[in-house]
Each structure stands twice: as structure tokens, then as C-alpha cells.
Unconditional design. Structure first.
Length: 241
């Protein structure tokens, strides 16, 4: 008899990288490789707000690759994004390279001012030189999608009820919670030989989520995927989603 060897499917592991420097993170719950790395990035980003005010920026986004740091700026009065790009130094962190980009742009601005030009003219010259109509405006405008605000217990309840986030924010969310409960109750009810412990957890999950759905809480985060994002309405940089 020929034995058939069944090879189990490989587990797909999503790698996590530091939001500030791109270093691979081995600890699954962390978002940064270290507190110092995060603080360094926040300090440099706060330094950049002076330049953004000079450019009258409505939105801005910062990203980096292994070769470049990129600062995109959308002025209040423009429909084009101005892109500032600089090659990264050898062995330096993105925050250090961004600092050099900011300082170099500031020096250029002051140089134009030194020719007796106005501040607004100096800003206009630099922004026009770096502007591009090819960059999509949606690449820099932060995401304003509403997201349910949930506790850890409520997140566990969602998994238990096998509900999606789309179902949770829909108009008929209470009906969908009850429908999901009834479907799963038929599987776990002790009278049909189901798991009594899971059935108890299912009841608790339904009660928790109906209570949430009757008074739902949402959060609205202004952020971009894979980019640090700036919004002039609150003069604040947000980390990547």
C-alpha cells in the first residue's frame, strides 16, 4: 500500500516593521523598535512644522525607502502636490535624513529671502519648482473612515459571533448580530450535542454586542497607510495605519 504524504500548508506570517526606521520587529505587539527611535522621529516631524507653516500646507505626508526620504506637501491654495525628495545617507535613520532635507529646504528659502524677495514669493518659487500634477491628491489626504471603538472583550465577542466590521457599522447591525447568534446557537446548543461552554460564551457575546449596537461608539482617525501624515487643522503628525 502506497502511503500518501500530506504536507501541511505553510503558515503565512505578516512581518512587522518599525514605523520610524523600517527595522524588522520581532515582538508582535510593538510598533517601534525602541522608544528612542519613536521619539527621534516625532522630534524631527515637529521640526518640520515650521517649514510646513511657511509653505501654508494643508496636508503633508512623509515616507521613506532604503534609498530616499520623501516629503509631500499640499498647499492650501494649490491642487498640486509638491514633492521634496532626498537621497538617504549611509547608515543613518530616516529621521536624520528627513532633518537634513528640512534644513536644506529652509536654507534655500532663506537664500531667496536674502535677495530681497518676499516670504510668500520664496515659498511660491520652491513649491512651484517641486510641484507635480502626476501625484494623486488622495495619496496625501488622510483617511477619515469611521471605525468602531471597541474594548478587548467586545473584539472577542465579534470573533465569537463571526461578524465583520462592515456588518457592525451597517444600519441593520442589531438584526445581523441576532441573525449570527441564531445561526451559531444551532451549532453549539447543548440540546443538539453542542459545546455547552461555547454556547454560554455565545450568549454573553450577543448581549455585549447588542448593548454596544444600541449605543455605538466610533473613532475617526486621520491617517495614511505606510506614511506619516500631517493635517494643518490640528497641526499634528499621525503615524501610519
Amino acid at each position: 500500500m502506497k502511503l500518501e504524504i500530506v504536507v501541511p500548508p505553510k503558515r503565512i506570517v505578516k512581518l512587522k516593521y518599525c514605523r520610524s526606521c523600517g527595522t524588522l520587529i520581532t515582538h508582535s505587539s510593538r510598533r517601534y523598535c525602541s522608544l528612542e527611535c519613536r521619539q527621534q522621529m516625532l522630534w524631527v516631524l515637529s521640526l518640520s512644522t515650521g517649514l510646513l507653516h511657511v509653505f501654508n500646507a494643508r496636508y503633508a505626508a512623509f515616507s521613506f525607502t532604503t534609498e530616499y526620504v520623501i516629503l509631500d506637501v499640499l498647499p492650501v491654495w494649490s491642487r498640486k502636490i509638491s514633492r521634496f525628495i532626498s537621497r538617504r545617507g549611509h547608515g543613518g535613520k530616516p529621521a536624520e535624513d528627513l532633518k537634513h532635507l528640512i534644513l536644506d529646504s529652509g536654507k534655500e528659502w532663506y537664500h531667496i529671502i536674502g535677495t530681497r524677495a518676499s516670504k510668500s514669493y520664496a515659498s511660491l518659487v520652491i513649491l512651484n519648482r517641486t510641484s507635480s500634477a502626476e501625484i494623486d491628491l488622495t495619496d496625501i489626504r488622510p483617511d477619515r473612515q469611521m471605525r468602531p471603538r471597541l474594548s478587548r472583550e467586545e473584539r472577542e465577542a465579534i470573533k465569537m459571533l463571526q461578524l465583520s466590521m462592515d456588518e457592525l457599522i451597517s444600519e441593520g447591525k442589531i438584526a445581523k448580530i441576532k441573525s449570527s447568534y441564531k445561526r451559531l446557537a444551532k451549532r453549539y446548543h447543548p440540546d443538539v450535542g453542542g459545546d455547552a461552554e461555547k454556547f454560554k460564551k455565545l450568549n454573553t457575546a450577543q448581549e455585549q454586542m447588542i448593548a454596544w449596537a444600541e449605543n455605538p461608539q466610533f473613532t475617526k482617525r486621520k491617517a495614511l497607510v505606510d506614511c506619516w501624515s500631517y493635517d494643518s487643522s490640528n497641526n499634528h503628525w499621525s503615524p501610519p495605519l
